[in-house]
Design a binder for this molecule. Structure first.
Ligand code: NAP
Length: 238
């Protein structure tokens, strides 16, 4: 039995990834900062709820203590929680004042360090420990320089830089912990609250479609990759 924790799993990509992994037989912990939203999603999916705010050290410690005390163990962490400051239009209308940018980095990048550090003791007891970090093509130096890629035409100064940090965190953690598989995923442009669900401004695909690549990387076996950046079509340039 595989046990999986997904952060920010009360809606969007995280919730649909939880749905796919419950269907695949995982015991899934829906991590959510809001108790009501998280409990409702977990009940709908047949998952367990754990309160988890990735910007709050005490909340992260308590969440991992809850999982440890439950006896489920922990095999997979999907670091999915993320924020952007986005308005309509081809580019993000971001708030670029210091506190807003710190908030984006705190959630998208530092949150991954908080959750991963707290999860390491449980992951190290798993026979097949796996971490999936949700990055973005906007955080890829390759994709943002490739004219054929949407990421090269879309400006998102703080969000993209925070996702570049996610990618390097993935590489560094993969090097630091060879016994654990760490991979970054670009899920594709997706119609979620973060991505925007107005087809006129952001023609994203349904979250359940983007969740497939996340669920795939969350389900790799002992011979699976580590230290890679993946999308539907395979490996993506960093
Ligand atoms: N949508 C896209 O096109 C796209 C493309 C590439 C990558 N991504 C990435 O995919 C991931 C999921 O985003 P999404 O599109 O599914 O957006 P979403 O629907 O807005 O979901 C984001 C999730 O993160 C949670 N969250 C935000 N801050 C949190 C915190 N401090 N602690 C815990 N949870 C927190 C949200 O919880 P609340 O409900 O409490 O706010 C929500 O559950 C993000 O990392 C995003 O950057 C998205």
């Amino acid at each position: 039995m595989t046990t999986t924790l997904i952060t920010g799993a009360n809606k969007g990509l995280g919730k649909e990834t939880a749905r796919l992994l419950v269907e695949a037989g995982h015991t899934v912990w829906v991590g959510a900062r809001d108790k009501d939203r998280g409990t409702a999603a977990a009940a709908e999916l047949g998952a367990r709820f754990v309160q988890l705010d990735v910007t709050d050290d005490a909340s992260v410690a308590a969440a991992l203590a809850t999982i440890a005390a439950s006896g489920t163990g922990l095999d997979v962490v999907v670091n999915n929680a993320g924020i952007a400051r986005r308005a309509n239009g081809a580019s993000m209308n971001e708030a670029l004042d210091g506190p807003s940018v710190l908030d984006v980095f705190n959630t998208n990048a530092v949150g991954i360090v908080r959750v991963t550090q707290a999860a390491l003791p449980l992951l190290q007891q798993s026979p097949n420990p796996v971490v999936v970090n949700i990055s973005s093509a906007l955080g890829s130096f390759w994709a943002t320089h490739e004219p054929a890629r949407p990421a090269s035409h879309f400006v998102a100064i703080a969000y993209a830089a925070s996702k570049a940090a996610v990618s390097m965190l993935t590489v560094q953690y993969a090097n630091a912990h060879p016994g654990i598989k760490f991979n970054a995923v670009e899920p594709g442009i997706t119609a979620t609250e973060l991505g925007g669900s107005d087809p006129g401004s952001h023609p994203g695909r349904p979250a359940i479609e983007s969740a497939r690549i996340v669920a795939k990387l969350a389900s790799i076996g002992p011979d699976g990759p580590t230290g890679t950046f993946q999308e539907d079509a395979g490996e993506l340039g960093w």
